[in-house]
Each structure stands twice: as C-alpha cells, then as structure tokens.
Design a protein around this ligand. Structure first.
Ligand code: NAD
Length: 505
C-alpha cells in the first residue's frame, strides 16, 4: 500500500470501538447479565473488541421496545417514512469511508469491494423509499354490486437475522423494506462481524428514525438468535444464512406459527458452451467465484464446460486463479482478502484437502507464501470433479471452484441440477435460443445469461430447493412485512337469502 493509501485507511479506522453494546429503545445497553464475547479481525485473529452477548432477557427488552414503537411508526404516512429512509441513505453515504474501512477490517473483504457494499446499502434505503411511495393497493369490482379492496398493514415486530458475509449490506437489505413497510425491528447481526452494525445507531438517530423502531441485539446464534426466533411477540423472521440454520429456525418458529423468509446457501452452476465468448465467460467465472473472497451466496462455484473447450478453459481459469492478488484486505490492490474467521478458514481448508482426494488440483490449495499469518487462501481450482464429490455437492463458501466437463445440453442441465441447492445459475453461449432453454430447465431462483450477478433491485431475489423459501426484492419484500386485509363493500342493496322468514321475501 502507498503511504497516502495507508493514511486514508487508518483515518477511516479511527474510532474503532473496543466495546460493542446492544441498542434498545434508542439507548446503548449491555447484556442484562453483563456477559460479552470477543470479536477478532481475520488478519491478526486477535480480539480487538468485546460485544454484548445477548440473552433471552435482552431480546425480550428489545421486542418490548419495538412493540411500544410500532403503533406510532405504522401510522406515519408513506411519504414521511420515505423521507426518513432517504435521510438514512444520506447518513450512510456520509460515513462511506469509515463504513468500508470497518467492514474490511472486520470481515477481511478487500476494501475496493467493501466500498461497493457501502454504496449498495445506501441504495437499498433509497430504493425502498421509492417503492412505498409508488406502490398501490388493489381493488376488484363486481359489476355494480360490490367492490373489494386490499389494504396492506404492517405485521408488527420483525426479527431480522443476518450472516457475516457483506454484513452491513445484508442488514440494510432487510432493515430498509421492514421499516419502509411500517414494521419495527429487532436485528441480530452475525457474531463474527458485529463491527459495521455498530454504525447503525448513529445513522438512524441522525436520520430521525424514532427510538425503538430499530433495535439491535448482538450475540451468539444459539442464544440471542434462538430467543428472537422463539419470542411470541415477533411474528416475522427474515433470515439469511446457512441452510442448516434456516431449517432449524423454521422448526423453532413453528410453535408460534411465524411467517419466515429464508435466503439460504448455494452451489450455483456456470454452464459454458463452446460457442460462448470465452474471454468474457472467463472474466465472469473468475469474478463470480473469487470476488468477496468467495464468501458469496450466489458464487458460481461449479463450472461446467463443454468438452471441446474444457481443457483450454480449465487451464486458463487456473492461470487466472494463480495470478489473482491475495493480500491485506485494506490494500486497494488486493483482489482476495482474508477469510472471515479461523473456524471458517479451517472448514474451507478441510474442503481443499477433501478436494485433493476427489479431483485434480489445478491451482491454489494453500496460502500464498508471502502471507504467513491471517486466514488467506490462494484461489483454488479443482478440475475433473465427479458429480458425487463433496466439493461438487457442498457449499464451501470460499475461493474454491469445482470444474467438470459435459458433452450434451441434456448432460449440462442434469449436472447443473445435480445438487440440493438452487439459488443462482449462469449460462454462457452465443446461441440465445439455447440460453433461454437452459435458463428455463435449470432449477434455480435466478439465472443470468452471458452475465454474472448483476442485480435489478425490482426483481425477486431468492432460491429454490435447499436455497430458500420466499423471495425478497421490490414489492415482494413489502409483501413479506405486511398483511393483506380485504375490505368488501356493497355498492347497492345486498341480496341475502331470507332464512327464518317462512318463505316471505
Ligand atoms: P449461519 O446460518 O451460521 O448464521 C447466520 C445467522 O444466524 C447468524 O446471525 C447466526 O448468529 C444466526 N444463528 C445461528 N444459529 C441460530 C439459531 N439457532 N437461531 C437463530 N439464529 C441463529 O450462516 P453464516 O455462516 O453466518 O452465513 C453463511 C451462509 O449464509 C452461507 O450458507 C450463505 O450461502 C448464506 N447466505 C445466503 C444468502 C442468500 O441471499 N441466499 C446471502 C448471504 C449468505
């Protein structure tokens, strides 16, 4: 890093807290029993802060604060709420550098990519501000007899549970539609990466969000998260995280009949045909699986390549993986930073060892020689990966890609669908008829043809099979946080069969 870049990075890191409390009813709070947990950065793996370790009593306090704030917030008009959401976006933007520096320091994401996440977070608030002032409600008329119309009513207190990859952006992806819809919330951020969430209180306060509309309880999933899922007065749970935790949450929330939204894991295929623009496909494959350190739910982590170009494409992919710059997350030249936590790092390295037995290692497989400490892994490419291999079937969530050949379109679709997941899929071909055919046949919530994961915030986001239940994005997010009530109104005299009148009209 140059001297000036180091100066910018360390200025933005000023104010790094050594204590991360809850935020309940507009006040900072410790855990009721005073317990904390250590938070470390993924380069030194040395704790730099202690965060409040939320328990059931803390969740209870937070749900009570959110319940108390709910009637007044639900009554705020859409335009006034949208104005506040836009002010939240402004407050995020003014902290852009600090936010990116915090995210990079805590998660190990390369700073250039963390900056993109900060921008996206602000955009989520602006976008949902627009949605609520433009979204209408439906009416249905039956001739001149009756009209029925739909009103949306915010459900109440929403529990938001989020993962550690791109934490701030994913929190914003839930916070923005929830409060736009008129709900109040309790957010439980991921315990490995609570740092950027420590900026929310000042952002919401500056934007004029009333106390209690947003409450944040830090803590361990099995403690604070579980208590939120089980709390009877939080009827909604919006969850993003692993498939195993998601299915556990559905089971735990069943006794209170909660509505849940599940954005879960993925093992998304990239299907590359020989007629594709192979240079563009290669750029997209490399970026799609190695950006965000490979800790991306929509990563194209299985690359299926048509046989005539298989050898060449795999070799070029391996060259690019070997040349990808792995380095300190705060260095603007870094393309892949440090994996979030030693436990996750060990898990990814374990998959690499499994991969060595299951397939052919073409690139990576260990930390770069110049990085002796920190959770680093050179982007790793395995070729000739059989479909029953664990590295083909299981989500690794790191910079590791499995490559396999196919001979026919039918085989490509069969391989693409051969896992339990169904989040995203990518197809590269110059034959657009075939591109659409594959897009329709692949079992996934989202497909990109000749592109990578470029979002349009209006479109539904989510997966099928083990990748999730429900869709978020656009009006669908507002649907989740609101109940529909149908009001039926007679437009004239109502015709009712006259029971008990002895046949008289
Ligand atoms: P995780 O499931 O371990 O944890 C996610 C959150 O759930 C954390 O806040 C955690 O504390 C909490 N949690 C854990 N146990 C809980 C319990 N019993 N009750 C309530 N909450 C509990 O996931 P992770 O490792 O943080 O994140 C990585 C996973 O997230 C990957 O599988 C990835 O694909 C997925 N993800 C999906 C999307 C998507 O949109 N589909 C986006 C990002 C990440």
């Amino acid at each position: 890093m140059s001297t000036s870049e180091t100066a910018v990075a360390s200025t933005a890191l000023e104010g790094l807290p050594d204590r991360i409390p809850h935020w309940i009813g507009g006040e900072y709070a410790d855990a009721s029993d005073g317990r904390t947990f250590d938070v470390a950065d993924p380069v030194s793996n040395i704790p730099y802060a202690r965060a409040a370790r939320g328990n059931a009593a803390d969740i209870d306090r937070a749900v009570a604060a959110a319940s108390a704030a709910f009637p007044a917030w639900a009554a705020v008009g859409n335009r006034a709420r949208a104005t506040i959401l836009n002010r939240v976006a402004d407050a995020i933007e003014t902290r852009h550098d600090r936010l990116a520096a915090f995210e990079t320091f805590d998660t190990g994401l390369p700073v250039t990519q963390a900056r993109g996440q900060a921008r996206r977070a602000a955009e989520n608030f602006r976008y949902f501000a627009d949605v609520i002032v433009t979204l209408g409600e439906e009416a249905f008329r039956q001739g001149s007899e009756q009209i029925s119309y739909v009103v949306r009513q915010p459900v109440g207190v929403a529990g938001l549970i989020t993962p550690w990859n791109t934490p701030f952006m994913l929190e914003s992806w839930k916070l923005a539609p929830a409060i736009a819809a008129g709900c109040t919330v309790v957010l439980k951020p991921a315990e490995w990466t609570p740092l950027s969430a420590s900026l929310w209180p000042e952002i919401f306060t500056e934007a004029g969000v009333p106390a209690g509309v947003v409450n944040i309880v830090h803590g361990i999933g099995e403690e604070a998260g579980q208590a939120l899922v089980e709390h009877p007065n939080a009827p909604l749970i919006s969850f993003t995280g692993s498939t195993g935790t998601g299915s556990h949450i559905i089971r735990s929330s069943a006794s209170n009949l909660k509505t849940t939204s599940m954005e879960l894991g993925g093992k998304s295929p990239v299907v590359v045909f020989a007629d594709a623009d192979l240079d563009a496909a290669l750029d997209s494959v490399v970026f799609g699986v190695f950006s965000l350190n490979g800790e991306r739910c929509t990563a194209g982590s299985r690359v299926l390549v048509e046989r005539p170009v298989y050898e060449e494409f795999s070799a070029r992919l391996a060259q690019r993986a070997a040349a990808t710059v792995v380095g300190p997350p705060a260095d603007p030249a870094t393309e892949v930073g440090a994996l979030v936590h030693p436990e996750h790092y060990a898990r990814v390295l374990d998959y690499v060892e499994t991969g060595r037995m299951e397939a052919t290692l073409l690139a990576g497989g260990c930390a770069p020689a110049h990085l002796s400490e920190g959770n680093y892994l050179q982007p790793t490419v395995f070729a000739d990966v059989p479909r029953d291999a664990r590295i083909f079937q299981e989500e690794i969530f790191g910079p590791v890609v499995a490559v396999a050949p196919f001979d026919t379109e039918e085989e490509a679709v069969e391989l693409a669908n051969a896992t339990r997941y169904g989040l995203a899929a990518y197809v590269w071909t110059s034959n657009l008829t075939r591109g659409h055919r594959i897009a329709h046949a692949v079992q996934s919530g989202m497909v990109w043809i000749n592109s990578h994961n470029i979002r349009d915030l209006r479109t539904p986001f989510g997966g099928v099979k083990a990748s999730g239940i429900g869709r978020e994005g656009g009006a669908r997010s507002i649907d989740f946080y609101t109940d529909f009530k149908i009001v039926h109104l007679a437009l004239g005299p109502v015709h009712t069969p006259a029971f008990g009148k002895g046949g008289q009209k």
